[in-house]
Design a protein around this ligand. Structure first.
Ligand SMILES: Cc1cc2nc3c(=O)[nH]c(=O)nc-3n(C[C@H](O)[C@H](O)[C@H](O)COP(=O)(O)OP(=O)(O)OC[C@H]3O[C@@H](n4cnc5c(N)ncnc54)[C@H](O)[C@@H]3O)c2cc1C
Length: 397
């Protein structure tokens, strides 16, 4: 087993597997399809159970990657083929064009002169970027027709003619940590997500809160920029529903309670109402639920929202819901609605064994080990634990 372990997916799980293996003496190659490592967690405002920012957790891992010569990583990289067998896999990896190379010092001059709007084609994500370099969105950039960034870059970091490449990696074994994506909210027709800008998903709400924290600005409604007074959170949007996802995504209740508590802390006049079937929070997150139950700004209502529609006479959104505790049908108006969408697995387009919901099964061809949230919905603590256990399994030979 002289070849390195290949880890596919650079979210918190893939990163964890990489640092644990490297610190145990294994060579590791980590590949991530996006331009930056960190996965979903890197875009969060804060994360439960402690409600700390994503930097707490990611930063230490980025330091572990930087200081460990056994880890090499590729971003903008996707596996296009795997052949061979345990101990001697041959993996073909497609690398997207890197219009900014490793000479970048993140000075930001390229973004300052980029004429593309509303956002420049040269960018670095807010928060904690790893690698700490700018990226150019190849689809938005006019390349040599514009080339303003090329003129201002003092470090020869811009290469507007860069092409896609294909490389081959030999690997002893493979950890698959490709994570999750949200279920498509437009599939729930009675919620009208696609044509109502003030109906957003829990992940969009997370990103909205993160940009408010970063830019020190107030939360505002997407439709008109006003600060909302009342926000509804609809649980199990498409989850535990045989027409959509039949299973529970395990993290949405905790994520919503986290959102409602964050609003209560920063906006003393804002009211949140959570519509749920059951509230499923466990472990340390139960403390968050107790805090929400005691908050005067948060109402927890047992009832499945049947329909959301625009109010006839105001600019609000009306939720039609069966209030189960009051035993009556209710219609109420809100300024914004957040849909707690469930998690679906990210699949790689390669032939791996999946269950009926599309999550990777534990047992695969010898030498291939799925880890964490591509196997079932998981929070960060469970993902880190599972990724560490998976790293151990790869070392059995
Ligand atoms: C709205 C919301 C809020 C949440 N809040 C919390 C919270 O507060 N606390 C908490 O503990 N959990 C929370 N979670 C759950 C948390 O997001 C997951 O536990 C965590 O993201 C799992 O990490 P991961 O690395 O397994 O997956 P991901 O974060 O999805 O990372 C997977 C990585 O793999 C990459 N990838 C995918 N396919 C490929 C491919 N083919 N090739 C290369 N790379 C690929 C992706 O780009 C990504 O970077 C929340 C979930 C949601 C939906």
């Amino acid at each position: 087993m002289n070849f390195p372990t290949l880890i596919i997916g650079g979210g918190i799980s893939g990163i964890t597997a990489a640092v644990e293996l490297a610190e145990a003496g294994k060579e590791v190659v980590l590949i991530e399809k996006e331009p930056y490592l960190g996965g979903n967690v890197s875009g969060f405002n804060n994360y439960f159970p402690k409600l700390c920012p994503p930097a707490c957790g990611l930063e230490i891992n980025y330091r572990r990657i930087r200081s460990n010569p056994r880890i090499s990583y590729y971003t903008g990289a996707e596996v296009s083929g795997i052949s061979g067998s345990e101990g001697k896999f041959k993996v073909t990896v497609s690398l997207s064009p890197r219009l900014i190379n490793n000479h970048c010092t993140a000075c930001g001059k390229c973004a300052e002169v980029c004429p593309e709007s509303p956002s420049p084609a040269a960018y670095i994500p807010g928060g904690l970027a790893f690698p700490m370099q700018y990226t150019i969105d190849a689809d938005a950039c006019k390349k040599m027709e514009c080339a303003r960034c090329l003129e201002v870059c003092d470090y020869e970091a811009i290469q507007l003619d860069a092409q896609a490449e294909e490389i081959e990696i030999q690997a002893g074994n493979i950890v698959v940590a490709t994570g999750w994506k949200l279920y498509d909210p437009s599939k729930i027709e009675n919620y009208h997500y696609s044509n109502e800008p003030d109906i957003i998903t829990n992940l969009e709400f997370e990103h909205l809160l993160a940009s408010c924290t970063r830019e020190n600005k107030k939360l505002s409604r997407p439709s008109d920029g006003t600060v909302p007074g009342r926000i509804a959170f609809i649980q199990c949007a498409g989850s535990r529903d045989h027409n959509h996802l039949s299973y529970c995504s395990a993290v949405c209740c905790s994520a919503t309670i986290k959102h409602a508590l964050t609003l209560a802390e920063h906006y003393p006049k804002m009211l949140s109402e959570v519509f749920y079937i059951d509230l499923r929070l466990s472990g340390r997150n139960e403390k968050l639920l107790a805090k929400a139950e005691n908050s005067k700004q948060i109402t927890l209502t047992r009832g499945k929202a049947g329909r959301i529609r625009r109010a006839d006479s105001s600019d609000g959104l009306v939720i039609e819901v069966e209030d189960m505790m009051a035993g009556r049908r209710r219609e109420d108006s809100f300024d914004m609605v957040v849909l707690a969408m469930g998690m679906e697995p990210n699949q790689m387009g390669l032939e791996l064994e999946v269950n009926e919901q599309g999550f990777y099964l534990e047992k695969q061809t010898a030498g291939i080990y799925p880890a964490a949230s591509c196997k079932r919905p998981m929070d960060v603590v469970s993902s880190v634990r599972d990724a560490t256990a998976t790293a151990l399994k790869t070392m059995r030979l």
